[in-house]
Design a protein around this ligand. Sequence first.
Ligand SMILES: [Zn+2]
Ligand SMILES: [Zn+2]
Length: 189
Amino acid sequence: MNPIKHTTSKGNGLSSKEDSCKIPTETELQKLVDRLCQHYFNYPFDGTVQWSKRLSRTAGRCDVNFKNGQLLKAKIILSLAYYQNYGLEELENIIKHELAHYHLFRTTGSKHRHNSTAFKNLLTYLGAPRYAKPLTSPDPKANSTCKNKPIYVYVCPTCGHRYPRRRRIKGSCSICDKKYNPKHLLVLV
Ligand SMILES: [Zn+2]
Ligand SMILES: [Zn+2]
């Protein structure tokens, strides 16, 4: 058995890639939606944003509650699976699509179909797709930034150094001992 090579955060770029593959929290999602809404429509997004693990046939959804032609509540639900397949850039396109629904609800007080002229014009303005990419045939290029995504994280019980790895490994911490040393055996967390 070998000691596990210690890698610095800069050394192999693992940490930065790890960060880019981190799933945004719902708070981060909310900020992203708000930023896009401000950018394209000049007003904040007055609603909630959620991830959905179950949403797999569509990339996103915009739910609204209405009363007397007034928008009461809006909720954008985004498919986590879609994000994991296509990445952040594609997710932004979906958010823009959902914002198009939201904007039309808000400004006209009614639901617009995907083939309505108003909806299509808005999508052109936003540069958003009318339909999401299929989830069954992921674009391999979209995932390229996540190739090095660590799956297993090992920790040295002595010094606490973390070793993210894509495969299961057995070994000891190379910081605590350059040679294999069972005293510093890495533990999967
Ligand atoms: Zn739609
Ligand atoms: Zn150690």
